[in-house]
Design a protein around this ligand. Sequence first.
Ligand code: GLA
Length: 731
Amino acid sequence: MQIKFSEKTRSFKLDTAGATYLMQIGPSGELRHLYYGAAISDDDAVLELGTRHGKASFSSHPEGLGAEDSLDLVPLEFSTFGSGDQRMTAAALRKVSGTSVTSSVYRSHSIFQGKKPLPGLPASFAPDTEMQTLEITMTDGFSGADFVLSYSIFEDSDVIARSIRVENTTDAPLVVERLMSAQIDFHSSEYDLIYLQGRWARERQAVRRPLAPGRQGFRSSRGSTGHQYNPGFVLASPSATESVGDAYGMLLMYSGNYTADIETDQYGTARAMIGINPENFSWTLAPGEQFQTPEALVLFSPDGLGGLSRQSHRFLMEHVIRSPWKHVKRPILVNNWEATYFDFDDRKIYEIAKTAATLGIEMLVLDDGWFGKRDDDHSSLGDWFVNRDKIGDLGELVRRINDLHMKFGLWFEPEMISEKSNLYQQHPDWVLTIPGFRKSIGRDQMVLDMSRPEVVDYLFETIAGILHSANIEYIKWDMNRNLTEIHSAVLPAERQKEVAHRYVLGVYALHERLLKEFPNLLIEGCSGGGGRFDAGMLYYAPQIWCSDDTDALERVSIQLGTSLFYPSASMGAHVSVCPNHQTGRTVSFETRGTVALAGTFGYELDLTRLSDEDRELVKRQVKEYHRYNDLIREGSFHRLTEGFGTGTLSVWSWVSQNRKRVLVTAVRKTGVPCGHDCVRRIRLRGLDPRACYVFSDTGTALHGDTLMNAGFTLDGLTRDASSRLYYLEVR
Ligand code: GLA
């Protein structure tokens, strides 16, 4: 790991173990992007990459320079609006009484160990000795404000953590109209774009398509990351597979409105950027104030999509997820939602816990409906007080459950408010709404104005009060609708476009305060399933409920899509009842267990109604969880079939860090009675070629090189929804 500045060529070189990133200061002070990719030794060999030749009469150039220096042509590290670069740009500042024309001219830089904190925002971390940062200050020639571009590199990773801070060093107010977290100008547009698309109960389906001329991308204006897209994408060479080929990624560590854009230009190059969605966004900076963007993780792997995913998994586990639970086996939980919905009382909950305890389950999670007067989804959000008529004394219930040697977890939806609630009677202005304009309702609820510190204070006091009142070791933090009428009652007109970002800062602040008060609290993020599954949330919550769709077959593509960036240890996955509540499909108990094992494991069904046979299967699955969870949580993940679980057969594996243990999972969605696809060779990856691996079921022993090159035969998986686990250990 090394960051170097060459006085001679005025270039910056960032080297991680496997990658190089090169930039150069150009003749008008602009910062040009030279190279990003597999590690190279010679920086001056690629200096000409900063130059492009085009017909520049329609691409103007800075006064005094030549056509080849047009800012519309050259690959830029940081592009600004309105002063020569006609492509989409990363930044626009407006003087309160002026235009949005912005420029960017190198002023200074510094290189130091460690990294500055990002106030109020989640950010990657490592001991100072294991990370280095380059900060480059670029001045806007028009307003005089400074942009500080930050690049941090890490000893044990090829990921680069980037962000930008703008400092109003002038004596007049400025408005930030657009500021991306990171931009990369690729020298070619011959890439496939891979991203995650979906909807409620069908999140994060991987899509792959070639870049096309023009602008492409996706965004959220929902106030949250959303079910529809995930704030990250990959650009991979068209021939890249799971195991070979260059793959670049950008992943935003943010949980609010974002945009991810790629523009291929007239010369066949591509500009990619990611950051806060500028739609309905601006931020006023008084003299002396700063605005900090969220962090973006920039990834590169020459080892295909699998290599990129593993890099992301490891980075998120080591440098983003903070929870003391991240390297710990999480308690196997049973959640009462699909078992009872709102129809429960303390007796019923205790019965489920009692049965769970006999099966080896370790935690009871009481879901929605325990507070206020909530017996359906029409009331009480915001009234975080125990409904004693329904569950009696919470402390007593938790004690009885703890006496069964089970932990206790509780559901909250902090950011929401029901019209039918005491909180709304007391504070109607705490809702995001525009005075005099009709309200939008979703699931009969409205959204609290988390941009207001008193709202965050109220939520902290009430939630902390409940958590202090009983031994609650886990919370499920839900968020069941998106933001509309994004307007705060307390901000002046010129600051209303700050509300969506201030909302996210409020959500982060509440997490931060709760974790400070309860450092060992295990938080599971949730948003109508996986509507807010992002690296920002993972900073606080080491696991996130993947989807409200608990159908095992649907879960294959949801979980494999999620694995594009996110580690198995972060994915909430449960065994639920059949016929499945979302799809009506019946899948064997074994396959449901096999698929749920691939995440943080648990159950979401009425255990008191299980057949004897299924009870035995639960016990077996609990054993499997204890046997394999270390491997699943800490191992390297490999998608052994292409297509992110969208094909009829999906096979994936985890390999332990010392390469001595391997777990392979195969799931067939639709049966094939007879055909070559029902007997298939599966080539493993990531093994020690010289080591001899033994299959736990048959005792067959094969070397790593045989398993990786010739593979082993997967047979017998001919039925709809059939599955197999194979476990191998080095002899
Ligand atoms: C959301 C969650 C579910 C459940 C319900 C409760 O939909 O994703 O798991 O908690 O809310 O209302």
